[in-house]
Design a binder for this molecule. Structure first.
Ligand code: PLP
Length: 352
């Protein structure tokens, strides 16, 4: 089947095959990666290679730590205020939809929050573009909005540290990391499997953590211990290494080009269709998550059933948005998008 899930998401077939071939006996050790001690030389090599591949592909500048944590992007909604909202206890947010709001809700437990821009009045179908001013401890943005299908294309310019949730678009396109002070992403969309969360943090932010904070919740703990303070999500890190090797083999620019072509093909179809449509502002359309609808609930349901019969699965839109959503993460082959376009076309022609 072609899997359009928003996450956990499709993995590249060569990655799954490599993981399968190494599952029982990793590099002649007689052990599975699942069984390796996180203090073993074999696992430390996996961890170091994963970090150096990430640094290479994302062009992470010097002066940043790369951390492999657990707890999903959701734990970051708490770790961020606990570690960084320590001067004024005030955090600014740009509200671009459901995941921004989840981040705000958790931050409110620990600090004052302020929404300095929002696309709520536009039903979150665009990204606020007016210049913003912040004097908070930091500004938080959600770069790619998985449910609403929007993405930033320009980095907001502010005089305070900029923190961004890249969960659903990390490694789908180049990022100028130097414009951010912290970015984070759960692994289960573009980086590998659920269980690992990537945090890239500028070194000077590590000094903000207050003395009274438990060890796991502190960024400085993980930075000092090179993500080995406690048992890290070893297998998830290993899968990320395989995904990064897969990207490097083809060239990151090939992956980026494929993402652009796939999204463009689907948007082009939706824009000329007389049945299906996407309501997101043209300039702010996500290349990873593309919501669309016929505008009629029963027809959407019929299409979803038709799609499943054609081996196209997990196309149902999030319940808060409705309709359909195609997530086209890095591992989606172009044949999957072609099959979706074919099904959309045939359904529009009346086939059921
Ligand atoms: N932020 C965004 C943009 C997401 O898409 C998701 C999950 O889909 C999350 C945060 C939450 O991630 P997790 O389930 O890893 O906590």
């Amino acid at each position: 089947v072609f899997n359009f899930s928003a996450g956990p998401a499709v993995l590249p077939v060569p990655v799954l095959l490599k993981a399968q071939s190494e599952l029982l006996n990793y590099q002649g050790s007689g052990q599975s990666v699942l069984e390796l001690s996180h203090r073993s030389a074999l696992f430390e090599t996996i961890l170091n290679e994963t970090e150096s591949l990430l640094r290479e592909l994302l062009e992470v500048p010097d002066g940043y730590h790369v951390l492999f944590l657990q707890g999903g992007a959701t734990l970051q909604f708490s770790m961020l205020p606990l570690n960084l909202a320590t001067n004024q206890h005030l955090i600014d947010f740009i509200d671009t939809g459901s995941w921004s709001q989840k981040a705000i809700q958790d931050a409110q437990v620990y600090a004052k929050t302020r929404i300095i821009a929002s696309s709520a009045s536009n039903l979150y179908r665009s990204i606020p573009t007016d210049p913003v001013v912040s004097d908070a401890d930091y500004l938080h943005i959600t770069w790619n909005n998985t449910l609403e299908g929007t993405t930033y294309t320009h980095v907001p310019q502010v005089d305070v540290p900029l923190v961004a949730d890249f969960s659903s678009s990390i490694l789908s396109e180049p990022i100028d990391i130097s414009q951010f002070d912290l970015i984070y992403a759960g692994a289960q969309k573009n980086l590998g499997s659920a269980g690992m969360t990537l945090v890239i943090i500028k070194d000077d932010l590590l000094e903000r953590t207050p003395a009274l904070l438990g060890s796991y919740l502190r960024y400085d703990t993980h930075a000092t211990h090179h993500s080995l303070y406690n048992t890290p999500p070893t297998y998830s890190i290993y899968l990320t290494k395989l995904v990064l090797e897969w990207i490097k083999e083809q060239g990151f620019e090939t992956v980026v080009r494929r993402n652009r072509q796939q999204a463009a093909a689907l948007y082009t179809y939706l824009d000329q269709s007389t049945l299906f449509s996407n309501a997101v502002a043209l300039t702010d359309r996500s290349r990873m998550n593309i919501p669309f609808t016929t505008g009629q609930t029963d027809l959407d349901e019929q299409f979803l059933k038709f799609a499943e019969r054609n081996q196209l699965v997990n196309l149902k839109g999030h319940r808060s948005v409705g309709g359909m959503r195609a997530s086209l993460y890095n591992a989606m082959p172009t044949s999957g998008v072609d099959a979706l376009l074919d099904a959309l076309h045939r359904f529009e022609q009346g086939e059921r």
